[in-house]
Design a protein around this ligand. Structure first.
Ligand SMILES: Nc1ncnc2c1ncn2[C@@H]1O[C@H](COP(=O)(O)OP(=O)(O)O)[C@@H](O)[C@H]1O
Ligand SMILES: [Mg+2]
Length: 360
């Protein structure tokens, strides 16, 4: 067994998120062989919060299949892509906007539980409530209005510090922006001010920054998506026709400004009565999210049921996905989180292809 023998085996292993071999991804950085001990150094496209274990397993199984007596260690390093980052956001690996065309479809709920599910998986996560007119993340995370400390520096710049709950750093733009300003400044001016504030929040190093965007496709959304170097956007809808019309506008807005749509999440897809667990009621219709995803050739990231525990968690300030008893309901949200991460990896693989690589 030579390093090259092992390398040839590994280069044929498929990174299933990306549907590409480790060879074509240039992911096999180095192989060391000492007797029956094998050490493999992989450079895999970040983020690896779900992929690391799978890569470890698939590489080990491949080597052990041919050299059953070997003792294999796989060391995975992250790579890709910090391109297009402004200095202020340089420490943030992935910026994800959660958007919807329409209010009340569960955008904030999805953003809150997505952030919590990622943090539970060991990621460092920031959550920015960018909905100035109706911020809900402080409530959903059980944080009071003092959640975010804002300071004025000597040169008059406002700097905001997020607070932490359940391992997620939460900040609300409403706490940095003086309330009256939100009312006075409108349209493009507000959007510009807003972008400036986003960059003045001290996040530190993050794997993910999740933006809970205000609903709609107005000036704020447009300016934000143009100025902030987003990795991509997750679009939330309900299956209802009236919500789908708005989600189409939302997807069109992102493609107009060249932001990858990571996919569509369908919320409030069905209701399972607790006393009739075999029944599924499609209160808002059926299959709308999938139809719209297909129409725009974007991924469908999953469907989430209507459940009283989701609403209770939101009101009580506890992202219910963290409840050890969350069961099938929690699994539905975790599947969405896993699918989002896969799509983020795909987006990063595309930008590694088209840009100068920066190792993180
Ligand atoms: N899957 C769900 N099951 C039950 N209640 C939900 C679900 N998704 C959202 N809700 C509730 O619906 C309301 C609107 O959700 P929210 O996330 O605030 O929507 P948006 O941010 O799109 O305006 C909230 O009271 C929330 O708790
Ligand atoms: Mg909201």
């Amino acid at each position: 067994m030579t390093p090259n023998d092992v390398r040839i085996l590994l280069e044929a292993v498929i990174d299933t998120d990306l549907d590409q071999t480790l060879g074509s991804l240039g992911a096999v950085h180095d192989v060391e062989v000492t007797g029956n001990r094998v050490r493999v150094f992989l450079d895999a496209i970040q983020p690896l919060h779900w992929a690391a274990r799978r890569l470890d397993h698939d590489c080990k199984a491949t080597i052990l299949g041919v050299y059953p007596d070997s003792d294999v260690e796989i060391l995975v390093r992250e790579r890709g892509s910090a391109s297009r980052r402004t200095a202020a956001l340089a420490g943030i690996k992935n910026l994800i906007a959660v958007a919807s065309g329409k209010g009340g479809v569960g955008k904030s709920t999805v953003a809150a539980n997505l952030a919590a599910a990622l943090a539970q998986r060991g990621a460092s996560v920031g959550l920015l409530d960018a909905d100035i007119y109706g911020p809900s993340q402080p409530t959903m995370y059980g944080l009071s209005a003092e959640t975010m400390r804002a300071e004025k520096t000597e040169d008059g710049k406002v700097i905001g510090y997020p607070n932490e709950a359940y391992g997620v750093k939460v900040a609300s733009i409403g706490f940095v922006m003086q309330r009256d300003q939100a009312a006075i400044l409108r349209g493009p001016m507000l959007a510009g001010y807003f972008t400036m504030l986003v960059e003045q929040i001290v996040w530190g190093e993050l794997d993910y920054l999740i933006f809970d965007l205000p609903p709609g496709t107005g000036d704020i959304q447009l300016t934000l998506t143009q100025r902030i170097p987003l990795t991509g956007a997750v679009v939330v809808t309900t299956p209802q026709e009236i919500a789908l019309a708005d989600v189409r506008r939302s997807i069109q807005m992102f493609s107009k400004v060249n932001v990858d749509v990571l996919g569509v999440v369908e919320n409030m897809s069905y209701f399972v009565p607790p006393d009739l667990p075999d029944r599924r009621y499609h209160i808002f219709g059926q299959g709308g999210g999938q139809t719209v995803a297909k129409e725009f050739s974007v991924p469908f990231l999953g469907e989430l049921p209507i459940d009283i525990r989701v609403r209770e968690g939101a009101d009580e300030g506890f992202p219910f996905v963290l409840d050890p008893e969350s069961g099938l309901l929690g699994d539905a949200f975790r599947v969405v989180a896993e699918n989002v991460v896969r799509e983020v990896r795909r987006a990063n693989a595309r930008s590694v292809d088209s840009s100068v690589e920066i190792s993180l």
